[in-house]
Design a protein around this ligand. Structure first.
Ligand SMILES: O=P(O)(O)O[C@@H]1[C@@H](O)[C@H](OP(=O)(O)O)[C@@H](OP(=O)(O)O)[C@@H](O)[C@H]1OP(=O)(O)O
Ligand SMILES: Nc1ncnc2c1ncn2[C@@H]1O[C@H](COP(=O)(O)OP(=O)(O)O)[C@@H](O)[C@H]1O
Ligand SMILES: [Mg+2]
Ligand SMILES: [Mg+2]
Length: 356
């Protein structure tokens, strides 16, 4: 298996490249690969993320472009590793955040993709949507907002009164307030009636359910690149459902359980993708306001209100797996490769630990 120099196309198709071989875990190859590279990307990702993101196709494509991915050893000082041009990570611990901030003070020239204090905004389902409220989309006919929601920190018995005071209408989606990558943080439920609300388990955010025709748009933002895919979502809740259902219903992890709806035969008023200029403006606005270059937004269009969209979720550095199946490899590779390019070129307003 060659580590240097170009690979032929057939190798690219069939290559089984072990990312570790491009890593510092085998210093001669890793160091040599890094030394021969135009761009060195240090990464700190979970094993699951390495498996889903650092696929052979990306590693080969990147290497052909003179880019190497080197795993970061979190047990050793960052300054003893590298040197890096970009640090790509999806870690949320306070220890890692300090580790990275100390390193970046000494090495401001290294692009951090993305700054931990910007990512932190997305680890809470209230703060993740705060910037949406201030979006400047006045030049667009369409409206983009967030569902009305309420944060409940404790005391489940207080929920019915709090919901009544806030004037929220049922059904409500209950979501864990903290998003920390655990499956628990994706355990959502649907509350149909007020009497059931005290059965919920704070801290949580209660969000009004918005009927949207059972179709969700996932908008992937990788620097200035934008990809939108259509996914099946939760079905609408009609008056009959409301009158004949009581209790709290646990929802499946829709994002992973639901299938692509890109090629489904659907009512165009439900399936039509949001206008591209609106998505591009959204991407620019949210990149600047969130200080992030790698994220996606879950967006729904209100049933019967063709120009009203709701952003219900924002995720940092999600997998590319759901991007258009038919051109998944190309778009995923482009997406993944864009991720690397983003670290080099896309300017961002300074946001605390800006990546430059
Ligand atoms: O929250 P969602 O909409 O299910 O998006 C997930 C989510 O971002 C998830 O990250 P985490 O919250 O589990 O840390 C991503 O997992 P990985 O980071 O392991 O890839 C999923 O990729 C996201 O799914 P999607 O791409 O559908 O937004
Ligand atoms: N307010 C809402 N109205 C309608 N459907 C919703 C709402 N919030 C979430 N959903 C549905 O539940 C799914 C998961 O919710 P989401 O907030 O994206 O959580 P997660 O971070 O676990 O993906 C969404 O993809 C959508 O299908
Ligand atoms: Mg989601
Ligand atoms: Mg999410």
């Amino acid at each position: 298996m060659r580590l240097h120099g170009d690979v032929s196309d057939d190798e690219e198709e069939g290559a089984v490249m072990d990312p570790a071989l491009l890593s510092s875990s085998s210093p001669p190859a890793g160091a040599a690969a890094a030394a021969a590279s135009r761009l060195v990307v240090g990464y700190a990702l979970t094993k699951k993320k390495v498996k889903s993101f650092l696929q052979p196709k990306l590693l080969l494509l990147a290497r052909k472009k003179g880019i190497s991915f080197i795993p970061i050893d979190e047990t050793r000082p960052l300054s003893e590793q590298g040197p890096f041009d970009i640090i790509l990570h999806k870690k949320t611990s306070k220890e890692w955040q300090r580790f990275l901030e100390d390193y970046h003070e000494v090495h401001p020239e290294v692009t951090v993709l993305d700054p931990p204090n910007a990512i932190e905004h997305l680890n809470n389902r209230q703060s993740m949507l705060e910037e949406v409220a201030d979006l400047n989309l006045s030049s667009f006919y369409e409206e983009v907002c967030t569902p009305r929601q309420l944060v409940i920190m404790k005391d489940p018995s207080s929920i019915p009164t709090a919901v009544a005071m806030a004037g929220l209408t049922l059904p409500l989606v209950a979501k864990p307030l903290v998003v920390d990558g655990t499956s628990k943080s994706h355990e959502l439920s649907l509350a149909y009636d007020e009497a059931s609300l005290p059965m919920l388990d704070p801290p949580l955010v209660l969000q009004e359910f918005v009927n949207h025709g059972g179709i969700l748009f996932k908008v992937y933002i990788i620097g200035e690149a934008i990809q939108v895919v259509r996914r099946f979502s939760l079905p609408d809740v009609n008056t009959y459902d409301l009158l004949n259902n009581v209790g709290i219903y646990r929802l499946p992890r829709v994002s992973c359980a639901a299938a692509s709806a890109d090629h489904a035969d659907l009512d165009p008023r439900i399936a039509e993708l949001p206008p591209r200029p609106l998505l591009e403006k959204l991407g620019r606005e949210l990149r600047g306001r969130l200080g992030l270059r790698l994220f996606n937004i879950d967006m729904i269009r209100e049933l019967g209100a063709n120009d009203r969209y709701y952003i219900i979720d924002i995720n940092y550095f999600p997998a590319e797996g759901k991007i258009n199946v038919s051109s998944r490899h190309i778009s995923a590779r482009v997406g993944q490769f864009n991720i690397v390019q983003v670290g080099v070129s896309s300017p961002l307003p300074k946001v605390g630990l800006a990546g430059g």
